[in-house]
Design a protein around this ligand. Structure first.
Ligand code: XLS
Ligand code: NI
Ligand code: NI
Length: 446
């Protein structure tokens, strides 16, 4: 019987695709970038460094295409479908081939995406180490870096009541141990961040829930992670990822404002920034632009999970972003606050169940990257033009001197303010908000 030699070269997962080139806006090549030109300078910085694109392991390499009405559809010839460590290691090589050909500088994972769960936590940890070894080799081979790691604390049935906010102390202990290990592996792989998304940190009914106790446990959990981070010398950024619902009916990290309040209340704010996701913003009844402004104006904008929802569907459809308006609004806020200091544009997005061929993964990511590259250029052009910023500046100019400046600086008392307006008799006339004018202005650049 012929045995496969250990050194025989791996069959390419995407044999028909080479490195994705930049060909410019006139190209008709579906396997080329029209807008993302990694080395091109925008506002003095390369597009690569502005956008810091990242591919997610869970959707792109573990997504099966299953939905509540049907099983998986994805064709993934490199994956033997088994739960073995060898298959997991082989999948890593396919993943890095994809990311390298795409030209994405970063990726992100959950512990359970990359390695299979064993019979005990100790065995599971050994599996993770065995796969992390290959992740490290592939990172070194390709130069692709880990944007952030995270632990999956929501898929296994043991987490049915939550992880940090479970009613069962043993489950809390299991989750804490799992985070400890995921943090250590993230550190070992030079990860630049670590994300806490509260998969089932919330409730289905208040009738069985001690909300105060659960929130205190969540804070304890995060403080334990902060302490361990220090202990092992991990210098990456911690993120909280807001989401209002799904899978639970109410998640504690429901939106950016709720997260900021929680972090402040429990003295965690210095240790965390937010990872803001488009589809979560819309589930919360906000726009992504709104959530970014809330996070950034509190100095807590860390990273973004770039995707989009469907206007007509009320769940987390995690579609790839293609709207230039979305890309432009996101990048306007990112540029306004000085660009990503940590984090990046992480495609927490999945191809549709019907887009089951491997090549669809390329089309999806190329489109998402072009959407954000175009958004970056639009945002930079709007900033260079200056009319939008000038309008906003003028709109608030009554605060720059006189009574406005005295109120802002805290010098004016209520008595002084009253005397001022009594002497005037009434307010000076308001100016128009010019919303339609400004919407037209944005359209000049799209
Ligand atoms: C799910 C979340 C998840 C996090 C990582 O809705 O977006 O994918 O980003 O746990
Ligand atoms: Ni996400
Ligand atoms: Ni999501």
């Amino acid at each position: 019987m012929k045995t496969k030699s250990k050194n025989s070269p791996r069959r390419a997962a995407f044999p028909k695709v080479g490195s994705i080139p930049y060909e410019g806006p006139d190209s008709k090549n579906p396997l080329a970038f029209k807008h993302y030109n990694a080395g091109e300078l925008v506002e003095g910085k390369t597009m690569r460094d502005h956008l810091r694109f990242s591919v997610v392991y869970w959707h792109t390499f573990r997504g099966t295409g299953s939905d509540p009405f049907g099983s998986g559809t994805m064709l993934r010839p490199w994956d033997d479908g088994s739960n073995s460590v060898a298959n997991a290691q082989n999948r890593v090589r396919a993943a890095f081939e994809f990311m390298h050909k795409l030209g994405a500088p970063y990726y992100a994972w959950h512990d359970r995406d990359v390695a299979p769960e064993g019979r005990t936590l100790a065995e599971t940890n050994r599996n993770l180490d065995a796969v992390a070894k290959v992740l490290k080799e592939e990172q070194q081979r390709t130069g692709i870096k880990l944007l952030w790691g995270t632990a999956n604390l929501f898929s296994h049935p043991r987490f049915m009541h939550g992880a940090a906010t479970t009613c069962n102390a043993d489950v809390f202990a299991y989750a804490a141990a799992q985070v400890k290990k995921a943090l250590e592996v993230t550190h070992e792989l030079g990860g630049e961040g670590y994300t806490f998304w509260g998969g089932r940190e919330g409730y289905m009914t208040l009738l069985n829930t001690d909300m105060k106790r659960e929130q205190e446990h969540l804070a304890r959990f995060l403080h334990l992670a902060v302490a361990h981070k220090k202990k092992i010398g991990f210098r990456g950024q911690f993120y909280i990822e807001p989401k209002p619902k799904e899978p639970t009916k109410h998640q504690y990290d429901s939106d950016a404002a709720a997260c900021l309040n929680f972090l402040r209340e429990y003295d965690l704010l210095p240790h965390f920034k937010l990872n803001v996701e488009t589809n979560h913003a819309t589930l919360a009844g906000h726009t992504m632009h709104h959530e970014l402004e809330v996070a950034a104006s509190a100095g807590a904008l860390g990273s973004i999970d770039a995707n989009t929802g469907d206007e007509l569907l009320g769940w987390d459809t995690d579609q790839f972003p293609t709207s230039y308006y979305l890309g432009a609004y996101v990048m306007l806020t990112i540029l306004k606050y000085g660009g990503f200091k940590t984090g990046g544009v992480n495609f927490d997005a999945k191809v549709r169940r019907e887009s089951f061929e491997p090549i669809d993964l390329f089309y999806a990511h190329i489109g998402g990257m072009d959407c954000f590259a175009r958004g970056l250029k639009i945002a930079a052009a709007i900033r260079k033009d200056g009319r939008l910023a000038e309008f906003v500046k003028q709109r608030y100019s009554s605060w720059d001197s006189g009574i406005g400046a005295r109120i802002e600086s805290g010098k004016a008392s209520l008595k002084e303010i009253e005397a001022y307006i009594l002497a005037k008799g009434d307010v000076s006339p308001n100016a128009s908000g010019r919303q339609e004018f400004l919407e037209n202005l944005i359209n000049e650049f799209i």
